[in-house]
Design a protein around this ligand. Sequence first.
Ligand code: GLC
Length: 811
Amino acid sequence: MIETDHFVRFERVGSVTDTARGLLAEVETELLRVDLVAHDVVRVKMSRGGAFDESPTFAVCIDPMVGPVEFTVHRDDERVRVVTSAMVVSLWLDPFRLDVHRTDGTPVVETAADEQGRYWAYATLNDTFTLRRRCRHEDAIFGLGEKGGRHNRKGRDFTMWNTDVLSPDAAGEFTAGKEPGDPRGDRTSVDFDPFYVTVPFLYHQSYPTGTMSGSFLDNGYRGEYELSPREEYRVTFAGGQYTEYIFAGPDMPAILTQYTALTGRAELPPVWSLGYHQCRWFAYTQDAVEEIGRRHRDAEIPCDALWLDIDYMDGYRVFTWDHERFPDPPGMLQRLDDQGFRVITIIDPGVKWDPGYPVFDQGRERDVFCRTEGGDTYIGQVWPGNTAFPDFVTQEAREWWGELNAAHVRSGLAGIWNDMNEPATGSIPPRAMRFGRGGHPHERYHNQYALLMAMGTHQGLVEAMPELRTFILSRAGFAGIQRYAANWMGDNLSRWDHLRMSIAMASGFGVSGQPFVGADIGGFAGGSNAELFTRWMQYGVLTPFCRNHSMMGNVDQYAWAFGDLVQDIVREALRLRYRLMPYIYSAFARASETGEPVQRPLVFDHQYDGTVRDLDDQYLFGTDLLVAPVTEPAATSRQVYLPEGDWYDWYDGSFVGGRGFVVAPTPMDRIPLYARGGAVVPMWPEAPPSTAGYHPEVVELHLFVPSTDGEHVSRLTEDDGLTTASPGGACHRTTFTLTRDGSTVRLEAQVEGRGYPEFRRTAFHLHVHGATPGQVELDGVDLDGVEVTAGDDGAFALPVAARPFTAVFGV
Ligand code: GLC
């Protein structure tokens, strides 16, 4: 527990005045501002020294105060209330506390009192501030981005401090002092905290109603979320000001949409970045890289990207090549491109301290490196030894970095991989690293370093190649990182518990605004083995970011590394991913519009079903596929919960039903996968070797007949997969509305967008699961079933390219 005995609690409110968006109040020696963002979102700020920090972090990327809000203010002796159509914000005067309720009286946030009945709405000591909230023992808490352990965070304490987990230097302070046997004392434990990414945003779910509220603390300093007390939670930040966005909910998807309206949404990624990525920390030569590419093609293992880790560089100098190992990078990149491979290289922020190395010299000349308090260039320890760190807090450093990255990518690369950006400084502590030309202490920007690095990189790529979508992968991050980069989960271990942990970790990321996530498939540190690798690949192909990566010195972990049997299974798994590409891509398109996750915990779509909140070993992939990975060795079956609705076994098409547990067999060649009744799942008719240039003439529509009457909406986004023309309308966006009415099923398609040159599709092939329609009518005309592939029990060709249609059949 954080010691708060000596904190100064703010106890009394003085004068309260109305403002255009809420209230301004005197509280003890400071000012408190209540600003309505929307009828169900409010921002609360406390000044320091009477002044407000209007842009506490780089997380919020819009002016939140522009939308219209209607509200009234009501005063009585005890409190001032700000009332909207959705909520009541109560500022209690003496003692001071701040509560928010929905208009039906249910709590959104309530200030907690201690055993002496003293309220802790805000207390401060030497720049630190703390607040306490009521949270009943049986409630749940979700979110907080990348955290280990269960997705329901209630019952544990978390630190907000971006950390290079496997480094004993960085992780030491968090493992120190733990009792022997406490898993948190072991940085390889799935209960270790903190991880690489900080997102101070949580959902509080009330039990048993299932309603949710949201809280985003817009503060980048080191923070503590103490969620272990029975009837409250406490939030403490070591600096900065108190700025909180409170979301009344009560629905999780709506809260996430509002949170991502503030902090931004992931852009539509290039389609190749949703393919399979082969990565490994290894001192490759150019020939060896090309050989890996060939081997994927020869073995017919779909793959879109090959990655180069730190050894492609000349002595770990960023933006250079080791010309002995890579005599002809442009030639290599061109030959790989001819085979449909993109190449991504790692770029760490640490610039080797090396007078004469142009990047280092330039950084010094332009004065864009971080300084110490005394004005020296800060030095840390990364792969090249002594390194300087770009001061990404300044526009100049971000621009410089953006130019370097743009030039690097333009040489034929597809994207950038940012690592060690917590920032990791090895055996030299990071605290002497200051920002803004030495003007700000390390603590203020530590957690935002990766966000700012990605911001500079993104800006550079966009300016140099405005017509192309960008791809950046980042290890660390802060709230808002989704605007610029995908995240992988850092250095995991080749262990079953780490496979399992990544499911809940993806859930945390997903509901915290970051949809583009994945763990190192097969595990990074430690040797993988045939069974673990197989199970991880089967699951990894059904996660947003699908990359096989492992550490230097490990056993090989390529798709073929564990023999033919494993290779065959892995190939089939990857083929499933590639065939599902239209579905996956459409889920990303949706994420870019609403902020919703691609890999989503069941609680996201089924929050009022009390069974799902603690289910951490299964998830929804997109809205309509339910995935239950195998998370232990020698499993021949596993339990799976199917929520409300109808579910179909993906493999044999059998109807399973919903709202209950089933025991699913888990033979080595597959993991349990179900499709939601009512869904229309678009698929490519085959798995191409890579997405490069693939624009099929047919897209399959797998329609899963619902057992009861109702309406279901599914989506398909088709575009060139590469350029920024699509969000501007160069696409076909089809919305399918499936309606069952007794024994009639109707599928209506609406189409938006003006199309794109590469569009080749001339037909959909309709595969109906759960019924055998004798006849399908397309816009009133009878169609004949077609044999699409051998053994297919009859698909119907709908000869429509991009136009609205209605298909009807009886069941
Ligand atoms: C870090 C990264 C890992 C990478 C290695 C070498 O440990 O997390 O992915 O392979 O550095 O660059």
